[in-house]
Design a protein around this ligand. Structure first.
Ligand code: HEC
Length: 128
């Protein structure tokens, strides 16, 4: 009798555990569908929500206004697009040979931020 009760308790615990694990698995599946690249969402990247905050936090302090470093202005959407079209932007943030590594004196942008900027460019550099 005593053994049976313990067994019942164990099976209840097991079922509970199974349910918890299954729901976690479902949650993870969904997340991977939404963000295929290791939790980095590169689908429908928005300028205002994603690209601008990265540039504003990492680049604008040096690259805006009349005294902008290297004559490169990144103070708004039009200036960002013009700099990208000028061909020096991606090489600089990816630290490629032949480009000055940006942000100067700071750490490289995260791989996720760089792929989001790549994706935004591939999606047409929309002012969205
Ligand atoms: C601390 C100041 C500073 C910050 C922050 C900074 N830059 Fe620069 N940047 C400079 C200076 C100074 C130059 C010009 C001299 C040079 O090329 O090294 C420059 C040059 C550049 C160039 C031209 C590079 C080339 O090789 O022709 C680009 C593009 C650029 N920056 C983009 C960015 C971007 C994008 C960010 C943010 C991710 C950024 N910068 C952050 C100071 C900065």
């Amino acid at each position: 009798m005593e053994l049976l009760t313990t067994k019942n308790r164990f099976s209840r615990l097991f079922i509970l555990l199974a349910v918890v694990l299954m729901s976690t698995a479902c949650y993870k599946d969904n997340e991977e569908d939404l963000y295929p690249d290791n939790g980095c969402n590169t689908e429908n990247v928005s300028f205002a929500q994603t690209v601008w905050p990265v540039i504003n936090n990492n680049c604008v302090s040096c690259h805006s206004g009349p005294g902008a470093s290297g004559g490169i202005r990144l103070g708004n959407y039009n200036e960002v697009v013009a700099t990208i079209d000028g061909g020096r932007f991606l090489g600089a943030i990816k630290h490629e040979n032949g480009f000055s590594a940006m942000p100067q004196g700071g750490s490289k942008l995260s791989d996720c931020n760089i792929s989001q900027i790549d994706a935004w460019i591939a999606q047409g550099k929309l002012n969205n």
